[in-house]
Design a protein around this ligand. Structure first.
Ligand SMILES: [Zn+2]
Length: 176
């Protein structure tokens, strides 16, 4: 387990303090970030929470969500390393890298988790269900005939999050 973690470059080398890019939204789509917003996902991109980070590349990273539906443990979030509030002004190359990584995470999750299917979901603005102001795409393991996932019901156990990060990383290494 630790060998896989050690094999990855130092987080600070890969993502030295990614620049913030606030205020890039179109004039028809207001920003919802409060003044002085301390973005938790930029912090993760910069190296916070390495135990819960399953994968890192130049433009995208993947971490195990802090909350998950009790019926779908191990939910992953695919995120750009640079801060974009939502999908509207996302550059095409970053959008392409996110789509590629979502496909890989879904494939790795289906192969590596005990699940029967995958739901992909991406929320924009409060009316769209967004509550973290850094674009992110949910990749959710699904089981049998369980109802659609409900987010944020349960704070995940940190040890379990770390185990899922290792599990997803190992499974990704088989499909990338
Ligand atoms: Zn951010």
């Amino acid at each position: 387990m630790l060998a896989h973690v050690a094999a990855q470059p130092a987080l600070s080398t890969l993502n030295p303090a990614p620049p913030m890019r606030f205020g890039l939204l179109a004039d028809w789509a207001p920003s919802h970030e409060p003044p002085g917003y301390q973005c938790p996902f930029c912090a993760i991109a910069g190296g916070a929470e390495p135990a819960f980070t399953a994968w890192r590349e130049e433009q995208v990273f993947v971490h195990i969500a802090k909350h998950w539906d009790p019926g779908g443990p191990g939910r992953a979030l695919v995120n750009p390393t640079i801060h974009y509030e939502n999908i509207y002004t996302l550059p095409d190359d970053v959008a392409g890298e996110i789509a590629r990584m979502v496909r890989l995470v879904a494939t790795a999750m289906r192969r590596g988790y005990p699940c029967d299917g995958i739901t992909v979901r991406q929320n924009n603005e409060p009316a769209g269900g967004q509550d973290v102001w850094h674009l992110h795409t949910h990749v959710v393991p699904r089981h049998g005939q369980e109802p659609p996932p409900v987010y944020g019901l349960e704070r995940a156990d940190d040890a379990e999050r770390a185990r899922y990060a290792v599990r997803l990383r190992q499974s990704l290494q088989a499909v990338v």
